[in-house]
Structures are given as C-alpha cells and as structure tokens.
Design a protein around this ligand. Structure first.
Ligand code: GMT
Length: 372
C-alpha cells in the first residue's frame, strides 16, 4: 500500500508513534509518505520506502502567523496527486484530521482517512472551545478513528458525543531496539553503589516533573542515587530550580532532548512517571521493554499499561511520599526488582510488541480499502 502520514514532528508521543509506525510499515514493504513540518525526530536515518514531504512555513506580510494548516493541506494534495496514495493516516486530531479530510476533498477521489487520537488532542486541545467544533467534524469525517487506550475511548465518547466504533490500538514498542541489552555503560553514569533513576517526558505541566524531583529527594535522603532527566519543555526551569534548592544539583543530570533513548532507559534501575491525565504513557512502556520497572500514577490510561505490583507500582497523583517509599522498596529489594524487571520485559513483548499492533493498523487500512 501507499500510505500518507500526517503528524507533528516535534518532541511528543504522537509523533513518536507515527514515526515508529511508518518505519515498521516501510519494513513490511509499504511505501510511506510523511507530510510534516520538519523531519519527525524519531525517524532516524535513511530507510528504504520512506519519503518525507516537508511543509514549508510561508511568510507573507499579510499573515501574522504562517498558515501552517493550509500549506500542509496543499502539500498533502500534491503528494496525493504525485504518488496516488491509497490511505491517509492523521495522527493527532488537530489539525491533521481535518487536514487529511480537506486534502482528499480537493484531490477529488475518496480514499480512506484514518485518525488516531493520542490524548492531548481530545483532552486539552480538541476539548477547548476554540477547537471543539473542528475536532468533532474531523472525527466525523474520518472513515475510522482509533484511540490509544480504553480510557481515551471513553473520554472521546464523553467529550465529543462520538457514537461510532473506536478501536483501541495501543501504543507499541520495538522490543528489538528497546531491550535490556541496549544499556549504555552504567559506570559512565553512576559511581559505586549509586542507584540510577530515570524520567523521560516533554516537561509539560501534566508530567509533574517537580514530583520527580521531590521523589528523588526522599530517595536520596535514604541512599546514594542519581537521577537522569531526559527531555525538555516548559517546566524545565521549575525542575532545575527545585533541584538546586534541595541541594541535588550534583545528583541530577538534566540531559535535555535525546533522539536515542533506549541505551539510557535500559541502564536505569527504576523509572519515575508521576503524570496526571496520561492517555497511555509511551515512555513508561519503553522503560518496561528495557526491563525497567516503573513507579507511576493510577491516572488516565496508565493502569492499562502498568499492572500494579507486577511490572511497577501505581500511586495517586501527587503522592510523592508513597512513590518514594515504593521506589526505595524496589531499590533495596534486589530480588523483587529483578523479578519485576523480567516481568516488565515480557509484559512489553506479549502485550505491546510492535509487530502485533502494526499488523492491526495494516488490517484496518485493508478493511477500509476493500469496503469503501
Ligand atoms: O504527552 C504528551 O504531552 C505528548 C502527547 C502527544 O500527543 O504527542 O502524548 C500523547 O500521546 C502518546 C502516544 O500515543 C501517549 O503515549 C501519551 O500518553 C499521550 N499524552 C497524554 O495523554 C498526556
């Protein structure tokens, strides 16, 4: 098949899922065309069957802001004409769902449009009054809408009064890339008996990165430990300030955005993931695949990914004392940690391995093509 993917290329889970899906579809012999602003950061280097069509920012004195939506639709129509795509897959409702729909209208031939909702597109952006009507229309105009968790399915039904089917196609992970053996040399990151904790996110407020620092602070009071913070975003200054004020500047490394995260994740003992309102939690799944137990919150779709007491622990949002207690439990009890690590890896392989979920997307494309 020839598949067009519209996605955000910036640092965030929806772009990661779109990129990983595109790479794996290309490996399975499909021709994949990304229509994006910039190269999605997880696409990596050249891969056979992958094409990137960049949407340029058009500057004109009349436009205060370059009209991204229009240039993306225009580029998508060009790609549809030039490559005769079979399907268009929009990741993130705003604006891609509507963009894909409009592009096919202009193209003049009905090809299936699939929209995958990732979470913030319905919970934050789409639910906002400024975007509500167009998001709802984009969903209604799609031939299929998929969601990344049952939690998100329910939220979408409630928010948009969406009554059609909402297949849950979970986030997935390439377990050949995210694996314990990918670990970087720990000796370069820690000294002696230091435990290694990790956090990975885009540092938006809902990621509660200051909770990560608070948990680490409590752990550090009990034992030698180091924390690696991967990512960047609006709450970076608050996290750095808190780390300074708690005297943790030397124990916490703020690594910023990293394109290749598997070696860092796999070297860690425990991941801290204190988000509120997370639709799935892809970063947590990537840690599990690396055999790293996760201490997270019982919020949104996270319990669909992390089974409490089996592959990690769940607490209420903001319960930093309890998170610290459970983290210390994992760090002190080596045999518990090893058991959880083995279970985490096998849980990622059996429930969330990429092949299984990419095949479901493929089936969906085929079904829509055959039934249009
Ligand atoms: O978490 C973010 O802020 C990024 C966001 C996105 O849309 O790029 O991630 C969402 O999509 C991911 C991939 O499907 C999910 O794993 C994340 O849980 C989800 N984030 C939220 O729901 C907050």
């Amino acid at each position: 098949m020839k598949i067009g993917i519209l996605c955000h290329s910036t640092y965030g889970g929806s772009g990661v899922v779109a990129s990983e899906l595109g790479k794996l579809l290309a490996k399975r012999g499909h021709e994949v065309h990304f229509v994006t602003v910039g190269r999605p950061f997880r696409l990596g280097t050249y891969q056979h069957n992958i094409f990137v069509h960049e949407v340029a920012a058009f500057h004109h004195p009349l436009f205060e802001v370059p009209p991204y939506f229009l240039t993306q639709v225009n580029k998508t129509v060009e790609v549809l004409r030039c490559y005769q795509l079979d399907v268009l897959h929009a990741h993130y409702a705003v604006p891609h769902s509507l963009g894909a729909h409009l592009a096919r209208q202009i193209f003049g031939k009905h090809i299936p449009v699939i929209t995958t909702l990732h979470g913030t597109d319905t919970s934050l952006v789409g639910a906002h009054q400024e975007f509500y009507e167009i998001t709802r229309y984009g969903l209604a105009a799609s031939d299929a809408v998929t969601v990344v968790s049952s939690f998100l399915a329910e939220q979408t039904r409630q928010t948009f009064h969406y009554t059609k089917e909402l297949p849950v196609l979970y986030n997935f992970v390439d377990t050949d890339v995210f694996k314990p053996e990918a670990a970087a040399d720990r000796n370069l990151m820690t000294t002696g008996d230091e435990a290694l904790l990790i956090h990975l996110s885009n540092f938006r407020p809902l990621k509660r990165v200051t909770d990560v620092i608070q948990v680490f602070h409590r752990v550090r009071q009990q034992r030698p430990a180091r924390l690696l913070m991967i990512g960047d975003g609006p709450d970076m200054p608050a996290a750095q300030k808190l780390a300074q004020s708690l005297g943790l500047a030397k124990d916490i490394l703020f690594l910023g955005q990293q394109d290749t995260v598997a070696p860092i994740l796999a070297a860690a003992d425990v991941m801290l993931f204190p988000s509120c309102c997370e639709s799935f939690g892809l970063a947590a799944l990537e840690a599990l695949a690396c055999g790293v137990p996760v201490v997270a919150t019982r919020s949104g779709g996270i319990p669909e990914v992390i089974e409490h007491g089996k592959v990690g622990f769940l607490t209420g949002v903001g319960e930093v004392e309890e998170m610290a207690r459970l983290t210390l439990l994992l760090l002190e009890d080596r045999s518990l940690r090893q058991k959880m690590s083995v279970r985490a890896r096998s849980h990622a392989i059996t429930r969330f391995n990429a092949d299984q979920w990419v095949a479901k997307y493929e089936q969906l494309y085929r079904f829509l093509l055959e039934n249009q």
